[in-house]
Ligand binder design. Sequence first.
Ligand SMILES: Cc1ncc(COP(=O)(O)O)c(C=O)c1O
Length: 383
Amino acid sequence: MEIARSLQNVPSSYIREILSAASDPKVISLAGGLPDPSTFPIELMRPTFEGLCDTPEVFQYGTTAGYTPLLAFLRDYLRLPESHAAVVCTGSQQGLDLVARAYINPGDKVAMEAPSYLGAMQVFGLVGANMITVSQVESGPDLLQLEQCFKTEKPKMFYAVPDFHNPTGVCWTLETRRKVAELCIQYDVAFIEDAPYRELRFSGEALPLVSSFCPEHSIVFRSFSKIASPGLRIGVVTGKAAYIEPIVKIKQGADLHSSIPMQAALLGLLKHQDFDAHLDKVKALYQSRYQTLYTALESHIPKSCAVKPVDGGMFVWVNIPECDTFELAKVLLSKGVAVVPSPVFYPDANGQPAALRLNFTNSSPEELVKAVKIFSEVIENFS
Ligand SMILES: Cc1ncc(COP(=O)(O)O)c(C=O)c1O
């Protein structure tokens, strides 16, 4: 049977391939975006999981928008305005898919930063979106380019990860947040704010969501994968009710609703008196891993490379001299280190600077230092 045209142009995911090679226990993997499993708050969820056996109602079909007690809790927890609604999704990845299917016709323009999140590019590619990129600088998107893009290309939406971007780790400044919101209102572009790393800030001051400056022009995705566990597969999409209604309709066709027992487990966790202490522990662990990686990079990488500090999240981005980054990643893998080469993060990688994404959350300090030494030696001798 011939596969659908929408799928014919989607290349097999490089990430999936490299992740399977990286699962070899002899490989130090800085390739994935995996949380450290020691952070999974299993003990905090144990009472709720045990209690589920006494609440048979959670094993019945539920409502598409989500488990009602969780939705009620999230309304307060996320301080949603009265006019806004929420839909619980099977990971924020499903939220992205639903938004793309609810709003994008083939050829519709979606603006995004370059580089950008691979999973978003896949989703937008599947619905035939025309992806237009705007360069990312240290403060966020290049604002002059963004305004030009809004003016001339008139995209329907601007998708972005303002907090600890995947893959670069960049966190938008307050000024950029305000300006992007202003431009979205001025040019009537919906702002799609993907915030899975927002709670993983380990230094610097927390900044408001971009959507808090344009609440009627935005949709926000949150994820519980990085602060609870990715296996729960729970994310939540919020925005004004008129934006959320079509998303609920598509979700009904996709899977009726996300798992109710898992939503109940998440609710128990979020209400647990030790949840904040759990978050503090996760952030402290990732901060120390990051510091180990960053210090090792500063002392070992060749002068021709450049790495910028980050204030949170899971990744650092290392600019390297122009080369075949796929070949470099292969050589590194053969020496026991997995990384992700920069071209996979661009809809069109032609002319983009060479870089590698390194994850620091799921390797021990010893592995991080060893990986950096191998990495630096290989780059020094690679041309
Ligand atoms: C930017 C971004 N958005 C969304 C997701 C998907 O997260 P979830 O596990 O909530 O589906 C990821 C996962 O790594 C991500 O990096």
